[in-house]
Ligand binder design. Sequence first.
Ligand code: CP
Length: 317
Amino acid sequence: MRHFTSVNDLGDLKAAVKEALEIKKNRYAWQELGRNRTALLIFFNNSLRTRLSTQKAAMNLGMNVIVLDVNQGAWKLETERGVVMDGDKSEHLLEAIPVMGCYCDVIGVRSFARFESKEDDYNEKILNQFIQYSGKPVFSMEAATRHPLQSFADLITIEEYKKKDRPKVVMSWAPHPKALPQAVPNSFAEMMNATDYEFVITHPEGYELDPRFVGRAKVEYDQRKALEGADFVYAKNWAAYRDPHYGQIICQDRSWTIDTEHMSWTDNAYFMHCLPVRRNMIVTDDVIESPQSIVIPEAANREISAQTVLKRILESL
Ligand code: CP
């Protein structure tokens, strides 16, 4: 694997999960693979899980790790060509990227949707410039439209907890006070579409995702109907995708918050969320603290998804 930007880069998913579970059993078995190799992790946006789990994954493989928070301590970066740089931005991304590439063997990038231009976001303008100009393998640590390390960890978690071959997985929109990107729901949908699970997406009207990510999923606007018989409930907020409301909050209906009543409609489903989560907006305290909540094992699997991806990139060098 040269670059990792979507589920498609994993190839055979069953083989990828098998490899991930082997790594989980013996995560220090590949220490020689990363010896004298450096991972540079670049964050344009905040992170807890991705930052820690990816560093840990790289260290498990014997790598050195450098972490750069672009907005804290680095020069402020201009990202547009043609701009007269007479403002507060001291360096252009087009110099910064190849310079960063000089100091590492692999680059991880976190760069969220900015909601300034749907075209720029959905063309993955920042991530693709790293791929084009760094000269190094690049992996996404959540880009504008996808968060594949998260959805790979989600898949590993479902495979570990599922009680039937073909579980019913429901991704439910839930309210949130800020406009959030579609990267996590897009990637989760892309991943679920690549399995043979029964997959349902439920959200209020107006929150339709890009049809390229919805794929074969059943879209059910009645949340109760969607949740009936579910084996896994994956809660997530996202802002509107469709024009003219791209990147906007169009409804904050608190009846969509996942509480014990919502969970009672399911088949004793497991509750999942990528975290961080706003309690009592997305999910109630009772549900997230219940034995059916698997948000912590799901987060723990971020180390395993990152290690599997880094291992494959190292093997390709
Ligand atoms: N789920 C996830 O990516 O968490 P962070 O934003 O804390 O990295």
